[in-house]
Write a protein that binds this ligand. Sequence first.
Ligand code: ZN
Length: 68
Amino acid sequence: MDGKANKNNSGKFIADPVCGIVIHNILLAQESVYKGKTYFFCSETCKAKFDLSPEKYIKIKNKEKRQQ
Ligand SMILES: [Zn+2]
């Protein structure tokens, strides 16, 4: 049995709103709650940046949702 590359594994991939990296949620080290929503980050550095100006990163994320 190999536990690698199993697409049906529990868990999910989440995008770090600061650096944009997409990582599995078990690897996400930090989280921050802003306006009732939880955001996840790959590192303390990204969390610190988000905490300084959350609106900045939320706006960037919304922009990416637009059609290209
Ligand atoms: Zn990050």
